[in-house]
Design a protein around this ligand. Structure first.
Ligand code: 5GP
Ligand code: ZN
Length: 109
């Protein structure tokens, strides 16, 4: 089982900040911003190339609710989906980074 599947299953304890039928939200272990959350689908998918339109729509439709919950909707935030080697993906279980709490640099390095 991959590390995020273990977190989803509760085999690795983590601070679950939000949970519904499809996703959990946890703080990133190595935060790059004052708010750095990971939205992790409960279903193991290697990356965004495997997502169904239904799950994609479901997850994206929750971002507004999550942004409000963490009080970042006013100042803004960034969502990032690293994919594959050149995309800098290090955990091969699809996850969405949600970064906020400071002005983020752009373009990404
Ligand atoms: P990626 O580089 O694949 O886009 O992002 C993986 C992210 O997962 C990294 O930001 C890393 O800090 C985070 N991460 C890796 N292992 C764990 C873990 O066991 N717990 C948590 N909360 N985050 C993790
Ligand atoms: Zn997994």
């Amino acid at each position: 089982m991959c590390v995020f599947c273990k977190i989803v299953a509760g085999e690795i304890p983590s601070n679950v900040l939000y949970e519904d039928e499809n996703i959990i939200v946890i703080p990133d272990i190595n935060p790059e911003a004052p708010v750095h959350l990971l939205l992790i689908p409960k279903l193991h998918l290697d990356n965004i190339m495997e997502i169904s339109p239904e799950l994609a729509g479901n997850i994206f439709s929750k971002i507004r609710e999550i942004a409000k919950k963490f009080n970042i909707e006013e100042n803004g935030f960034r969502i990032v989906i690293n994919t594959g080697k050149d995309g800098g993906q290090t955990v091969e279980h699809l996850h969405i980074h949600l970064l906020a709490g400071r002005e983020l640099l752009w373009p990404a390095g």
